[in-house]
Design a protein around this ligand. Structure first.
Ligand code: SF4
Length: 360
């Protein structure tokens, strides 16, 4: 059997957990974050490097490298009699013959992507929409042409960047084949947004969400329970519910706040300026927020930071990427919150205990 080539392509540090779940093909179209100021994020490894746009030709070369790796893996499948199907036997055969490939992030990414159907791709890093619209469209079209099996392409985007694009630009990007935008709203409370230096107002979050939906994107909104600590809990809950109701995103994804070492909010926490809310305080905040929601979204707790427990020790909420369908399952979520509030706080995992956990 012929040796696999050593093609590789550039990969960024992060992607949303839901894209990890589908083993999305990761294509890096920009490097790092053009804002890099949010106080809960700035200072993390992801944000220490300077933001850079990448050239379209460089990105195309990466897509071509991923294609070469994909073709070579499929060739092995044919040689083994699996007619191009990818499975673990194909993977272990390749690794037995070329053990060094298990350390190639490019190979592992492409193999896992093929092994889970080759249907989704994610454009890295923090704000792909900041690319010039014609460049982004060219990249998306090229990615679609190169991998016709792709059913979904998604990306992170800043609300401010979506606001800056015209409806025509957004439509063009959508028609080219970008399906879903993952946007960190974090909160709908202006005071809190300013405090964390999000660089976006509640109103801009609403405009961005509506524009994205109007132009045909699936909108996946991230919210941080506990971000305001106990003192800003109520305003955070009520104003975030208001913004979410105005947008009615396809997905609402909860990412409870945990202060990360080296970030400004971690320093505030260490100096005693910022109080971290307890597991029950966070559940009460969620209750206020969820009671006020009138959305038809899928509400998801698809991250390990949603660590509340039931009496049995099981996770309180499913961490499934499709979560709970609202309004049908709103009562169910409220019942679960009540259940979590009956469990002793000592049984829940406190945000303070998660400070050193990896930020996925
Ligand atoms: S926009 Fe996103 S990636 Fe950039 S600093 Fe804020 S949270 Fe971090």
């Amino acid at each position: 059997m012929k040796k696999l080539s050593t093609h590789s392509f550039e990969l960024g540090a992060i992607r949303p957990p839901s894209e990890g779940g589908s083993h999305s093909l990761l294509i890096r179209v920009t490097r790092n974050c053009p804002w890099s100021r949010c106080k809960f994020c700035y200072g993390t490894p992801y944000n220490r490097e300077k933001f850079q746009l990448r050239g379209v030709e460089d990105i195309k070369k990466d897509i071509q490298a991923a294609k070469t790796i994909s073709d070579e893996i499929k060739q092995v499948s044919w040689q083994l009699g699996y007619a191009g199907q990818i499975n673990n036997v194909v993977g272990s055969t390749i690794i037995q013959r070329e053990p060094n490939l298990s350390e190639s992030h490019s190979f592992v990414t492409v193999f896992n992507w093929l092994n889970s159907g080759g249907r989704t791709a994610f454009l890295q890093d923090a704000d792909s929409l900041i690319m010039r619209t014609p460049d982004l469209i060219e990249v998306i079209k090229y990615l679609r042409e190169t991998f016709p099996s792709l059913e979904r392409i998604t990306s992170y985007a800043r609300a401010k960047t979506i606001c800056r694009k015209t409806l025509e630009e957004l439509k063009g990007i959508r028609v080219a084949g970008l399906n879903r935008l993952h946007v960190g709203l974090e909160s709908g409370d202006d005071e809190l947004l300013e405090h964390i230096d999000k660089g976006v107002t509640a109103e801009q979050n609403i405009i961005a969400g509506r524009k994205a939906k109007e132009t045909g994107f699936e909108f996946s909104a991230y919210v941080m329970p506990g971000l305001g600590g106990p003192s800003r809990s109520e305003q955070h809950a009520k104003n975030t519910a208001r913004v979410l109701n105005e947008i009615n995103p396809h997905y609402i994804r909860f990412r409870p706040f945990v202060p990360r070492p080296n970030t400004p909010l971690f320093d505030e926490y260490q100096s005693g300026k910022l109080q971290i809310s307890s597991p029950h305080e966070r559940l009460r905040e969620l209750k206020t927020m969820i009671e006020a929601l009138t959305v038809t979204s899928r509400v998801c707790f698809d991250h390990m930071m949603n660590a509340w427990r039931k009496e049995s020790g099981e996770l309180l909420f499913t961490q499934d990427y499709e979560g709970y369908k609202f309004p049908e399952e709103k009562e169910r979520v409220l019942e679960l919150i009540e259940e979590g509030l009956r469990v002793s706080e000592l049984l829940h995992i406190d945000a303070k205990d998660m400070v050193a956990m990896p930020h996925l």
